[in-house]
Design a protein around this ligand. Structure first.
Ligand code: AVI
Length: 319
């Protein structure tokens, strides 16, 4: 399936592994093995995620859209004037675009780790909104958030929808919220969070009948193959999604269906049948637990809105 890597690539990789390669190798060698969920989003992974958001089982995207539709006016009033809208994990930019009429930003700053995917979305936006200044940043904002000086410091709104904050550990989520706050003094944050609910609703959302989420999870192995020149065979693994109620999170894993050995330049790992690689957590919140998290990160003037079933919430807070 994969062309063998060029000898120069392998030599380079062995002598000077990139931080990304080191992170992947360390995670794969750990017990239990784990991979950061940001690696789910190569071009195909991003396209699969977009498809997942259209599945009947995957309610968060529709719930969030319902909240913006029903409460958009109140939300915009709570936020106040917006100079620049910074969209964290923008993907296809569609969610932010729906808010342009009510928030009317002058400057739009979409940020996404999947730069190719972002580029095509931004090409479309430039045609539709010729008066909007757009600065697209293809970067991983999970450890550092650096905005170019062209983004005015006043009236920044950080937009973090889709409950992507739930993919971070509670400590990392707090650190991320603090980092955002450090970048938007006097500005605000608009963030979507998924709520705790029954396992009967949560688990099918992450293990759908069309197996798109399984494909999304398994595609991670192909992405690792290309980043690390590893030799994962997708056929050896199966998708597992379960709600861990004690930790209030959906967990995704890849489980070895038989004993497998996986190799990459300079290393290898043996997995026994049934052994798992932990690939994602998706934390679920109560309105109180998320309000507490915002308060612990120093936000004030917190407001929140929910969909009619109380499955999802949008929080607006001032930095
Ligand atoms: C992007 N993130 C909020 C999604 C979630 O629900 O945690 C990623 C996802 N994983 C499986 N399905 C969707």
């Amino acid at each position: 399936l994969f062309a063998p890597a060029a000898p120069e690539f392998i030599a380079q990789h062995l002598q000077h592994p990139s931080p990304e390669q080191l992170e992947l190798r360390d995670g794969l060698m750990d017990h239990p093995a784990h991979v950061d969920p940001k690696f789910l989003y190569d071009a195909l992974g991003s396209a699969l995620f977009t498809a997942i958001t259209q599945l009947p089982e995957y309610y968060p995207t529709r719930c969030e859209a319902e909240i913006f539709q029903r409460h958009g006016g109140d939300i915009a009033r709570h936020i106040g004037p917006v100079q620049s809208m910074i969209d964290l994990g923008a993907g296809d930019c569609v969610k932010a675009e729906r808010l342009f009429p009510s928030l009317r930003p002058r400057h739009y700053v979409p940020i996404d780790i999947s730069a190719d995917y972002l580029e095509s979305a931004v090409r479309r936006l430039r045609l539709s909104y010729p008066g909007l200044q757009i600065t697209a940043l293809g970067q991983d904002f999970s450890h550092a958030l650096a905005l170019p000086p062209s983004v005015p410091a006043e009236q920044r709104l950080f937009f973090y929808p889709g409950s992507s904050i739930g993919n971070l550990s509670p400590e990392d989520a707090r650190a991320m919220l603090q980092r955002i706050r450090g970048q938007c003094e006097g500005g605000g944050l608009l963030v979507g969070v998924d709520r705790v609910k029954s396992r009967q609703v949560l688990e099918p959302a992450y293990d759908d009948a069309l197996h798109l989420t399984a494909a999304f999870n398994l595609n991670l192995l192909r992405h690792i193959n290309s980043l690390l020149d590893a030799d994962f065979d997708v056929e050896d693994w199966r998708h597992v999604a379960l709600f861990n109620s004690a930790r209030s999170r959906i967990e995704m894993h890849l489980e070895a269906q038989r004993a497998v050995r996986v190799a990459w330049p300079g290393g290898q790992r043996e997995f026994s049948a049934g052994e798992r690689i932990h690939t994602e957590n998706s934390y679920k919140f109560t309105p109180q637990s998320f309000a507490d998290l915002l308060a612990s990160a120093g936000y004030r003037d917190v407001a929140h809105w929910s969909d009619s079933r109380g499955w999802f919430s949008i929080f607006s807070a001032r930095a």
